[in-house]
Design a protein around this ligand. Structure first.
Ligand code: PA5
Length: 476
């Protein structure tokens, strides 16, 4: 396993540009408004603390209760690294976004293009869609006889993942024959769903997603830890980072608990200021898929049409991602001059793992030559400051989360931080942050379309027939 001497520093949340004393009173949040939420915030923190480890808050204990499982993951990961040329995750949503994000954050950004000696492990692919061209192209570049497939599904029933399983297992049976099962690792619930039954039948190596951990909260289980370990990530450091964050989030005082402050500010932003969009904008390619991972967490957890007491609401904040600096040349115009409906969350890196100096030259052009001798590190930092200033001068709200360095320890902190912010925000909005009925409804409808004969799909098929026939005049 790759062992770094990590910078083990806390990540920092800077909300100055959310506040009225800095960005002005029209949209900025007054500290008094936060103080007015003190009781609600303390109650949210207390509810989450009281229920930790139980119900759907099982994920809160993951930094502490996985010693045995981590040892097994490391052992299996080592054997995968020695035996295979490629490691393919088959999963979707919470069973894919975390592995993608962690790989991008912690490993070489052109991992699959590196020579094997430099990688020290297999090429890495995550197939989180059922686009037939994508599957066909994967099969063009891997040799299934030299590939390990990690099928990840909490429910063990997701059509996308199980279709992929069917395709791959058939190929393995043909190409490998006896012993094809050794190419599959199942990560799933310990008793529910079809995958675990298949795993029992076929004798697959199996890892469990513990009870009380929903898909989007599962990155710190074998869902995320096994793929990370296969690619050489120090998964113990990830868990240590998560534990360090947990210790910072014990206070019910909103000004002492960064996740609580963040949840309150986003609550005020969405409920009082109609900031219906949160743009997560990392200024680092390494963090760009962390934004995707966060988007699922925030969207599925808080986008609800009913409170826990059954009152109708349509709440939530649309998370979206932008990449600094790339999207300065695409989205920033909208953020600075478009509707006042967005909060921008910058993810900033203190020290990049590489430094690139801009070469000398173009003396004849002063506004090019001034770049010579500076580093890309200075440039990206200056551009982040420039964007923050542009938003500030347009009266827009932004906030910055800084990772001193992107490493397993700081990433573990960030994952845990966002998960707790989401749990607190669910409390403040009084919604069930851990279900996803809207996703289930789409699943039912698509299986009905495919002709699944089970009763619930047939009922959905009948319901779908009640929709008005499309009118020709609307199809051009
Ligand atoms: O957060 C969730 O629960 C969902 O997004 C799931 O992760 C997604 O639907 C995939 O489900 P499963 O892991 O059961 O295949």
């Amino acid at each position: 396993m790759k062992k770094h001497t990590f910078v083990r520093e806390p990540i920092v949340l800077d909300v100055n540009h959310m506040m009225s004393d800095i960005v002005g009173f029209q949209y900025g949040i007054d500290a008094g408004e936060v103080d007015a939420m003190a009781d609600a915030a303390a109650a949210a923190q207390a509810a989450v603390a009281k229920n930790r480890g139980t119900g759907w808050l099982g994920w809160m204990e993951l930094p502490y209760n996985q010693d045995e499982i981590v040892a097994k993951i490391e052992k299996v990961a080592q054997s995968v690294r020695e035996q295979y040329d490629a490691f393919v995750v088959l999963g979707i949503g919470g069973s894919a976004l975390g592995p993608i994000a962690v790989q991008q954050a912690l490993n070489h950004q052109r991992w699959n293009d590196l020579p094997k000696e430099k990688r020290g492990g297999p090429k890495f692919y995550v197939e989180d869609n059922v686009d037939p061209e994508r599957m066909a192209s994967l099969l063009d570049v891997i040799d299934v006889t030299r590939t390990c497939f990690n099928i990840i599904t909490k429910s063990g029933a997701t059509a996308e993942t199980m279709s992929q399983y069917l395709i791959i297992s058939e190929l393995l049976k043909k190409a490998v024959g006896e012993g094809w099962q050794r190419h599959i690792i199942a990560t799933t619930d310990h008793e529910k769903g079809n995958l675990i039954k298949l795993a029992w039948e076929e004798g697959f190596e199996t890892f469990y997603i513990p009870d009380g951990v929903g898909g989007r909260f599962s990155e710190l289980t074998p869902v995320g830890l096994l793929p990370a370990a296969v690619c050489g990530v120090d998964i113990r450091a990830m868990l240590e980072g998560a534990a360090a964050m947990d210790t910072r989030l014990q206070s019910g005082d909103v000004w002492q608990n960064p996740a609580l402050l963040e949840a309150c500010l986003q609550y005020i932003a969405m409920e009082e200021r109609h900031m219906n969009v949160q743009v997560v904008m990392p200024y680092a390619d390494s963090l760009k898929y962390m934004a995707d991972w966060f988007c699922q967490l925030w969207a599925e957890s808080l986008g609800k049409n009913v409170t826990r007491k059954g009152m109708a609401v349509n709440c939530g904040q649309t998370p979206t991602k932008a990449l600094g600096v790339t999207d300065q040349h695409s989205q920033l115009q909208l953020y600075t001059e478009g509707p006042y409906d967005k909060v921008i969350t910058f993810l900033k890196v203190g020290t990049f793992r590489d430094e690139v100096t801009i070469a000398d030259g173009c003396e004849q052009f002063a506004d090019v030559h001034f770049l010579s001798g500076k580093t890309l590190n200075q440039l990206i930092d200056a551009e982040l400051r420039g964007t923050e200033y542009a938003l500030y001068s347009a009266g827009r709200m932004s906030q910055t989360i800084t990772l001193t360095e992107v490493n397993a320890y700081t990433l573990g902190q960030l994952i845990y931080f966002f998960e707790i912010v989401t749990a607190y925000a669910g409390e403040l909005l009084d919604v069930d942050a851990f279900n996803q009925p809207g996703v289930e409804s789409s699943k039912l409808a698509s299986y009905a379309v495919l002709g699944n004969t089970s009763e619930k799909y047939q009922r959905k098929a009948a319901e779908m027939k009640g929709r008005p026939e499309p009118l020709k005049k609307y199809t051009l």
